[in-house]
Design a protein around this ligand. Structure first.
Ligand code: GLN
Length: 541
C-alpha cells in the first residue's frame, strides 16, 4: 500500500484546536491498526520555537532526537504513543534557512531561487520524507495558521501540488472551521465557513471533509447547507462540539464518523477500532474516586500552555491512581518565606516548574524549603531540581549564598554551574543539552522504586548542571544522588532522606508521559500526594 497523506488546514480563526483534531484522528487510525505519524508545519520565521518566550508560544516540546518543537507534538505523542522527531515539525524559518544554505553552496546551479518552486519543493520534501521512510501508512500534516494568511500561502500551494505528485487518491484535505452561534439571531451561522472554504478553494485545495467547531449541535439543515455551499457530501460535515476534556475528542470524532470517512475516502485497510483502554482512561478522568490538590509553582502561571505537558502528565499520573488532580497555580514571583505557608498550606503536593532566568527564583526556593520542612511531597523539574539543590546547599549544607551561576556569577558556592562546553557558546538557538540521555538509577531510592528499572532514558533542555566540584560537599551533608548520566557522570536526580517523597530531576519527565504509558515519576508522585492527603486527613480527626 502506498503511503496516504492527509492535509489539515484551519479557517475562520486560530485556536480551534487543530492539533487536538489531528491527534484524535491519528488515535482513531492507530486504533484501527494503521501506522500513523503527524507533522506540524508552522508558518513563522523562527527556525524553531526554542528561542521564543513561553508567553508567546507556550511550552517548547523536546523530542528524543533533541528537536525543540511546537507543543502540538506533545499532543501527537500523548495520543498516538508514537515518538516524533525533528522531521515532525518544520517552520518557515527552517525552510528558508535550508534553501538559502543550498543557494550559498551553489546547489541551484545558477537558477533564480523563488518561492515557487524552491520554497514549495522544500516544503514538499519535508512532507514526503516522513512518507518515504516506509514507517507509516498515513502521514497527517497539520498546516499551522489560518487559511487566508499571507504566510500560509506557500504551504497551501505545496499541498495543492502534492495532491497531484502523489496522486489524488492518496491524499485527503480536511478543513477545520468555526460555526459560530449568534445570540442576537438565535442561530448558528455558516457564512464564515463558506468564506473560509472559498478562500481555500481559490488556492486550488478543495476540502474533502469539513470539521466544524461549534458550541451547539449541528442539525441536519445546517449540515445540508454547509455541504451544499462547500461542495462536500452531508456525511463529510463533521461536528466538533466543545468537550470537557481533550481526551474525549477522539471518541466524539468517532461518533461523528470522521475515521470512517477517512478510511473510505483513502481506501485504507482497516479493522474495527480498539479503543477499550482509551474509553477506560476517559472514564477514570471523568469520574475519579477522589481528588487532590497540587501546587504548580512557576513564573509563567498566567499562561497555562507554558506548562502543557506537566498538566497532562499530572492527569495521566492521577488517572493511574484513580484520582483527579486539581492544580493550584502559584506565581513564584509572589512567594516569600513569610507568605509561603499561607499560600501553600492547602495543597497536598508541590511541583516546582522548569524555567529560565532569575525572576521568581527566591519564591521557588521558599516553596522548596516549605515542602522539605513540612514533609509535603515535592517534584522539582529541571530548574525546579536546581532550586532544590540550591536550597539544600544553603540551609542544610552550610553553603551560605549558594546559587546557580545563571543567577549569580559571584556566588561563593556555585552548586549549579554552566556545563564546560556551554561557556563559549554564543548562539541561543539549539545550543542547550537537548534530547534523550541515559540515566542510571541507584537502588533503594524513590526514583528507582518509581521506575522499577536500573537504566532509563529521559529528555533534556538546559544549559546548567549540578556542579560536580561541590557534589561531595552536598552528599556529605545528606543529599541523595539517585540518578546519574553514566557517560559523563552528570547528576540527573536528587532526593532527600527522611521525607515522604522529595525528588528533583534535571530532565523533563513530563515530555514522555502518554495516555497508554503514564510517566512512572508522575504516577509515584501523585500516589505520594494521595498518601499525604490521607495522613493529613487522619491528623485532623
Ligand atoms: N535555566 C536552567 C538551565 O538552563 C533550567 C532550564 C529548564 O528548567 N528547562 O539549566
Amino acid at each position: 500500500m502506498s503511503t496516504k497523506y492527509i492535509f489539515v488546514t484551519g479557517g475562520v480563526t486560530s485556536s480551534l484546536g487543530k492539533g487536538i483534531i489531528c491527534a484524535s484522528l491519528g488515535r482513531l487510525l492507530v486504533a484501527r491498526g494503521l501506522r500513523v505519524t503527524i507533522q506540524k508545519l508552522d508558518p513563522y520565521i523562527n527556525v524553531d520555537p526554542g528561542t521564543m518566550n513561553p508567553y508567546e508560544h507556550g511550552e517548547v516540546y523536546v523530542t528524543d532526537d533533541g528537536a525543540e518543537t511546537d507543543l502540538d507534538l506533545g499532543h501527537y505523542e500523548r495520543f498516538l504513543d508514537v515518538k516524533t522527531s525533528q522531521d515532525n515539525n518544520v517552520t518557515t524559518g527552517r525552510i528558508y534557512y535550508d534553501v538559502i544554505t543550498k543557494e550559498r553552496r551553489g546547489e541551484y546551479l545558477g537558477k533564480t531561487v523563488q518561492v515557487i518552486p524552491h520554497i514549495t519543493d522544500e516544503i514538499k520534501s519535508h512532507v514526503l520524507r516522513l512518507g518515504q521512510s516506509g514507517e507509516y501508512d498515513v502521514v497527517i500534516t497539520e498546516v499551522g495558521g489560518t487559511v487566508g494568511d499571507i504566510e500560509s500561502l506557500p504551504y497551501i500551494e505545496a499541498m495543492r501540488q502534492l495532491r497531484y505528485d502523489v496522486g489524488r487518491k492518496n491524499t485527503l484535505s480536511i478543513h477545520l472551521t468555526l460555526v459560530p452561534y449568534l445570540a442576537a439571531a438565535g442561530e448558528l451561522k455558516t457564512k464564515p465557513t463558506q468564506h473560509s472554504v472559498r478562500t481555500l478553494s481559490e488556492s486550488g485545495l478543495n476540502p474533502d471533509i469539513l470539521v466544524c467547531r461549534s458550541e451547539y449541535e449541528l442539525d441536519s439543515s445546517i449540515r445540508n447547507k454547509i455541504a451544499q455551499f462547500c461542495n462536500v457530501e452531508n456525511e463529510d460535515v463533521i461536528a466538533s462540539l466543545d468537550a470537557e476534556s481533550i481526551y474525549e475528542v477522539p471518541l466524539l470524532m468517532q461518533k461523528e464518523g470522521l475515521d470512517q470517512r477517512v478510511i473510505q475516502k483513502l481506501d485504507l485497510p482497516s479493522k474495527n477500532p480498539d479503543l477499550e483502554r482509551w474509553i477506560e482512561f476517559v472514564n477514570r478522568i471523568k469520574h475519579p474516586e477522589k481528588t487532590t490538590k497540587i501546587a504548580l509553582v512557576g513564573k509563567y502561571v498566567e499562561h497555562h500552555d507554558a506548562y502543557k505537558s506537566i498538566v497532562e502528565a499530572l492527569i495521566h499520573g492521577g488517572a493511574m491512581n484513580n484520582a483527579g488532580v486539581n492544580i493550584k497555580w502559584v506565581q513564584s514571583d509572589d512567594l516569600t518565606e513569610e507568605n509561603v505557608a499561607a499560600e501553600l498550606g492547602d495543597v497536598k503536593g508541590i511541583l516546582v516548574a522548569p524555567g529560565f532566568g532569575g525572576r521568581g527564583i527566591e519564591g521557588k526556593l521558599a516553596a522548596v524549603k516549605f515542602a522539605r520542612e513540612s514533609k509535603i511531597p515535592m517534584l522539582g523539574i529541571c530548574l525546579g531540581m536546581q532550586c532544590a539543590v540550591i536550597e539544600y546547599a544553603r540551609n542544610c549544607a552550610g553553603m551560605e549564598k549558594a546559587n546557580s551561576t545563571e543567577f549569580d556569577e559571584e556566588t561563593p558556592f556555585p552548586v549549579i554551574d554552566y556545563m564546560p562546553e556551554q561557556r563559549e557558546v554564543e548562539d541561543k538557538g539549539g545550543t542547550m543539552r537537548l534530547g534523550k540521555y541515559d540515566c542510571s538509577l541507584v537502588e533503594g531510592t524513590q526514583a528507582h522504586q518509581a521506575y522499577g528499572e536500573d537504566l532509563i532514558e529521559e529528555r533534556h533542555r538546559h544549559r546548567f548542571e549540578l556542579n560536580n566540584e561541590l557534589r561531595k560537599k552536598l552528599v556529605d551533608a545528606g543529599l541523595t544522588i539517585s540518578g546519574v548520566n553514566p557517560e559523563r557522570n552528570l547528576v540527573e536526580i536528587i532526593e532527600i532522606e527522611d521525607h515522604p517523597w522529595f525528588v528533583g530531576v534535571q530532565f523533563h519527565p513530563e515530555l514522555r508521559s502518554t495516555v497508554y504509558d503514564p510517566h512512572p515519576l508522575f504516577v509515584s508522585f501523585v500516589n505520594a500526594v494521595l498518601e499525604n492527603s490521607e495522613v493529613t486527613a487522619k491528623a485532623a480527626l
